[in-house]
Design a protein around this ligand. Sequence first.
Ligand code: 1GP
Length: 236
Amino acid sequence: MTTPWEDWDHVLKVDPDKSLVDGETFDDVCETGTDAIEVGGTLDVTTEKMQRVIDACRKHDVPLYQEPSNPAVVVDDDALDGYLVPVVLNAGDPFWITGAHKEWVRIADLDWERTTTEAYVVLNPEASVAEYTEADCDLGADDVAAYAEVAERMFGQEIVYVEYSGTLGDTDVVEAAAEALDDATLFYGGGIGDYEAAYEMGKHADTVVVGDLLHDEGVDAVRQTVEGVRDAHADW
Ligand code: 1GP
C-alpha cells in the first residue's frame, strides 16, 4: 500500500492563529512548492480560524490536511484531503495519547478513510505543545529511536514525527529515529529557518515540516527550505 506522505519531502504547517507576512496571500502560500499543507496549531485555534485557511487554499491543488489539536476544532470539509491526528507518545498526560482520541470517537462519526495518526515524540521542553502535553523531553537518541520502533512495530504507525517545535533539533536524534524505522515515514519539524537547516534535517528525515518561518519570514524563505530538503534527498 502506498501512502501520500511517502512522497512528501516538505510539509508546510499553517497556524490558523498566526498571520501571514504583510502583502502575502494564501495563493502565495500554496505556490511555495511544498508537497502538502497541514493546518493546525496548539493555542487558541477555533473552527472559524481553521475554516478561513481552508477556504483560502481550497482552489489550489496542493494537498490540504487538518491537524486537529483537539476534537472541538475538527472541520468537516471536502476541500480537506484528510486529517493527521497527533498522538504524543511521550506525553505525561494520557489525554494526548488516547484520551482526546477516545472523546472524539465517542462524540463524532469519524471518516476513517481520511484519518491517520502521527506518532509524535515531542522534544523541545520550551514549546507550548511540550508544556500542555506534559511531555518528557529528557530523552536521548536511543530513547527516541526506541519510541520510533514502538510506534512502527507495536502500534503500526505510518508517520513518526520528531517534533522540536520552535528550535532546531539534534541531527543525531533524527538520524537515530530514521535508522529505527523500516517503512514508516519520518517527519522532522522544528526551527527550520533556511536552506541549510532544511538540507541538514533532510539528510535524515523523509519529510521536513516548516511552521513559524512562514509567519515570520514569508513565502520566499519557505521556498528555500523546499529546495534544501529536495537537494538533500537528491544527494543522499
Ligand atoms: C511545528 O514541527 C512544526 O509543529 C514546525 O516547527 O514552527 O519551529 O518550524 P517550527
